[in-house]
Design a protein around this ligand. Structure first.
Ligand code: NAP
Length: 327
């Protein structure tokens, strides 16, 4: 039997229960993986609450990604074998908060030898979203200026590191000076505390000479309105999330006058629609990791049994960077 944390009804993270489920042999094309670490992501809270765009059947485990070692694989699986370390895209039907998981080998990527399970578990979603947003959607160029709102979170921190690696000037916003000190340490050139400063005014000041070419927004609300106010002609505002809960409005006359674009970033849709491009992006991200230009920032780890506490810490904005569960 293996331990899996699952939702049997919608609600706050407290609805998660520890279930013992039988270990499953791999079917055709599948691998069985002993997990060392499982990532916690903001959408996991939404999945538990039943407010995420995907609504898996009960019972489901909200974890989307994990890392570990292959312990068994079907005879038709090529490219992986028992003993290989992998990072996994679990998806809500594949029990991502668990000690062990059996899933299609197509959901696995080889983990670099230098990357621990704790780093590998939380790599794909945040860096994949950052790359898809900044590169595919935002066409960010070296020498451009980018504002990253919600820079202290998992996706935001990955975007700060990636934007620096791509040669951009990075303005990072977050909700506390303590978090911003860490974000600056991760490479941000300028920081804005949107809890204590006038974000619109600060962003205009900081971009008065360079202009604001790209905004990567996970927060919505005031940071979004600030980007709209500061954005340059041909600028790209990337809509990634609304952690503030404020679905800010963008008047079409302002978009026309500014000559800027609003672009929706949908990494989940992109990765299921274009798996080969997603693999290429992932390979580029791993190359940057190997070159020392990306380094996952794990703010806190919890034991798998403490997933409820981990989700509450995420919800209460207690943690900077990634939260990871260890088995
Ligand atoms: N579009 C896509 O393809 C895609 C992919 C992955 C994730 N997302 C979305 O991106 C957003 C960030 O995800 P994440 O996993 O990086 O989350 P996270 O680690 O929890 O970070 C979110 C950050 O948002 C800030 N925030 C501002 N107001 C908040 C509030 N009222 N409640 C909670 N946080 C608040 C917090 O920073 P401060 O405390 O410093 O304000 C927090 O660090 C989410 O909306 C998620 O659904 C989108």
């Amino acid at each position: 039997m293996v331990k899996v944390l699952r939702c049997h009804e919608y609600g706050t993270p407290d609805v998660l229960r520890i279930d013992d489920v039988p270990s499953r042999d791999p079917g055709p094309g599948e691998i069985r993986v002993r997990l060392g670490a499982c990532a916690v992501n903001f959408p996991d809270i939404l999945l538990c609450a039943g407010t995420y765009q995907n609504k898996p059947d009960f019972p489901f485990s909200p974890g989307m990604e994990a890392a570990g070692e292959i312990i068994d694989s079907a005879s038709d699986v090529t490219g992986f074998r028992a003993g290989d370390r992998v990072m996994l895209w679990c998806g809500p039907h594949h029990n991502g908060y668990a000690e062990e998981v059996t899933l299609p080998a197509t959901h696995a990527y080889a983990a670099p030898a230098a990357m621990s399970d704790v780093e590998a578990a939380g790599f794909m979603l945040v860096y994949g979203t950052a790359w898809h947003g900044l590169v595919d959607c935002g066409r960010l160029q070296a020498g451009e200026t980018v504002a990253i709102h919600g820079a202290s979170g998992g996706v935001g921190m990955a975007a700060v590191q990636l934007a620096k690696a791509l040669g951009a000037t990075v303005i990072a916003s977050a909700g506390s000076d303590a978090k911003l000190a860490i974000v600056a340490d991760q490479g941000a050139d300028h920081v804005i505390n949107y809890a204590g400063e006038d974000t619109r005014q600060r962003l205009k000041e900081l971009t008065a000479d360079s202009g604001l070419n790209v905004a990567f927004d996970t927060v919505g609300g005031d940071p979004f309105r600030a980007s709209l106010s500061a954005i340059s002609p041909e600028g790209r505002i990337l809509i990634v999330g609304f952690t503030s809960g404020d679905h800010a409005q963008a008047p079409i006359n302002i978009i026309l006058v500014k000559g800027a674009s609003l672009i929706a970033v949908r990494f989940g849709w992109f990765s299921s629609t274009y798996p080969e491009r997603t693999h290429e992006n992932h390979a580029q991200l791993l190359a940057l990791y190997e070159a020392g230009k990306l380094k996952p920032y794990v703010g806190r780890t919890y034991l798998l049994d403490q997933a409820v506490d981990a989700l509450k810490a995420l919800q209460n904005r207690e943690v900077t960077g990634k939260i990871i569960l260890t088995t």
